[in-house]
Design a protein around this ligand. Structure first.
Ligand SMILES: Cc1cc2nc3c(=O)[nH]c(=O)nc-3n(C[C@H](O)[C@H](O)[C@H](O)COP(=O)(O)OP(=O)(O)OC[C@H]3O[C@@H](n4cnc5c(N)ncnc54)[C@H](O)[C@@H]3O)c2cc1C
Length: 450
């Protein structure tokens, strides 16, 4: 009976995992060796990411009844070695659509000496690249994509195969030590994902109305699970079948945004780190070339800009490895449009500090803000961080939670920052909103006129 290998990556779960079903089918009574490769290229750069990965691996090892084998090294060395040593007939993976993953998987496939690398399913309800326009081109804007995505539909969740036989004869290696991180990170694992989902599902009806309010706990917090694959979006969508209402509709639309950005990246791998729609001649300030710009970027990173909503968001990011979506938009906009810094500087910072950091959602979210992406916010719409705070944190509770210097200020006056009565030691704004706005508009206009 054939033995096969199941190579886990960002699909760290047991349930609803089509690649596991495919592996069990291919083994046909033989054994399945589940393996995770600790790739040195992906470790040691972001303590938050390493901690999340190590937590998820610890939990998935339990779900796999201690059969999961860990190996350190480059996948194109480790996987072919394992295949040869156990005589595996096939290697099963969930397909990865991001540029790094695509290249990595091609490198592994090329060294398998004819043993098939079988891709089954993806981390999405509808795999990137599957939805096309009537003329067979990729969608460039969200709304028609989302319509076609819904029409395409998705499969039912995969079951856990019965009669699975794990291979237990291959030695595992140790997990790296979990880095000490200051952030209070969410639990990352299949059980906590399902619990988070069950809790959120109860409150989903108010999601449409409350999702833009960072002071409320009104969103699912499932981004970390979707990132690490401790839950699959298909599981969420299947649970929502037959449920109606604005909250459900809105939540499904947000999942579609995630899928849209993955689709965009699949078709445009360079958009990970380059403008999807370049703005020729656009002038940015370079923190590597100008110490004053570097200081301003540091103030942004550390939540010392003097704009309360921006600072609260950046401090929430440091404290929790997560930031509310509305605040991600405002903080990103501040870096690009108030400090005139090119979006990859901020995208890198986010990716290194978010527990849910995902190249497709993050880097296209940044490009949406910067005006270089799909569905870009019009360049002349520049968030006023004070007005955004007053609107979406109307009682100032979000700011007071994350900015202790403003805890003595009552109500929405916190959004006045250092000028608010009761503020203690809070910095003055590092830039003037009106001046920064005019400067951003001037630069955009200059670029548009060529
Ligand atoms: C500048 C910027 C950077 C971002 N970086 C990331 C990132 O690295 N990883 C990430 O998962 N999301 C990112 N987002 C999208 C969004 O902010 C987060 O998905 C959301 O805040 C996660 O919280 P939640 O799970 O409670 O979301 P919910 O409101 O509960 O939404 C449910 C799910 O829908 C998806 N979703 C929601 N909004 C978006 C969106 N705008 N774009 C793509 N998917 C979305 C996420 O998978 C999310 O978990 C970014 C947005 C911006 C503006």
């Amino acid at each position: 009976m054939p033995d096969v290998l199941l190579w886990l990556r960002r699909d760290l779960r047991l349930h609803d995992l089509p690649a596991l079903l495919a592996a069990a089918d291919a083994a046909d009574g033989g054994r399945v060796l589940p393996v995770f490769v600790l790739d040195p290229r992906l470790l040691g750069r972001s303590p938050v990411r390493d901690a999340c990965l190590i937590d998820a691996l610890t939990r998935v090892t339990d779900s796999y009844d201690d059969a999961l084998v860990l190996r350190h090294g480059r996948p194109e060395d480790v996987i072919p070695d394992l295949v040869r040593s156990i005589g595996a007939h096939s290697v099963h993976i969930t397909s990865d659509a991001a540029p790094f993953g695509v290249r990595r998987d091609e490198a592994v496939a090329a060294r398998l000496d004819g043993v098939p690398l079988v891709r089954t399913g993806s981390g999405y309800a509808v795999g990137p690249g599957r939805v096309h326009t009537a003329t067979n081109t990729p969608y460039k804007v969200f709304t028609p994509y989302a319509r076609a995505w819904r029409e395409h539909g998705w499969r039912a969740p995969a079951t856990v195969p019965t009669g699975l036989r794990w291979m237990r004869t291959v030695e595992t290696e140790d997990l790296p030590t979990r880095p000490d991180v200051a952030a209070d990170l969410p639990e990352v694992g299949e059980r906590s994902a399902l619990e988070r989902w069950a809790r959120f599902r109860e409150d989903i009806d108010s999601y449409d109305e409350d999702r833009d309010r960072p002071d409320l706990d009104a969103t699912s917090r499932l981004s970390v699970d979707l990132k690490w694959g401790t839950i699959h979006p298909r599981t969420l969508l299947a649970d929502l079948r037959g449920r109606a209402g604005a909250g459900v509709e809105r939540f499904v639309t947000e999942l579609a945004w995630r899928e849209f950005y993955a689709d965009v990246l699949w078709h445009n791998p360079d958009s990970a780190w380059h403008d999807l729609r370049p703005m020729p001649g656009m002038a940015y300030d370079d923190p590597d070339a100008d110490p004053a710009v570097a200081d301003a970027v540091d103030a942004w990173r550390e939540g010392r800009t003097g704009y309360p909503l921006v600072d609260a968001g950046m401090r929430q990011l440091a404290a929790q490895g997560w930031m509310h979506n509305r605040v991600r938009m405002v903080t990103a906009s501040f870096l690009v449009k108030h400090l005139h810094v090119w979006w990859p500087v901020g995208a890198r910072w986010f990716l290194d500090h978010l527990a849910d950091g995902d190249v497709a959602s993050n880097n296209h979210g940044w490009q949406w803000v910067a005006g270089t992406g799909t569905d870009a916010a019009p360049y002349f719409r520049i968030f006023n961080p004070t007005a955004q705070g007053e609107k979406f944190d109307p009682n100032g509770e979000y700011v007071r939670r994350w900015v202790p210097e403003l805890r003595g200020v009552t109500g929405r006056a916190v959004h006045k920052g250092a000028a608010a009565p009761g503020a203690r030691g809070y910095p003055q704004p590092i830039v003037d909103h009106r001046e920064a706005r005019s400067e951003a508009l001037l630069r955009y206009e200059t670029s548009r006129r060529g």
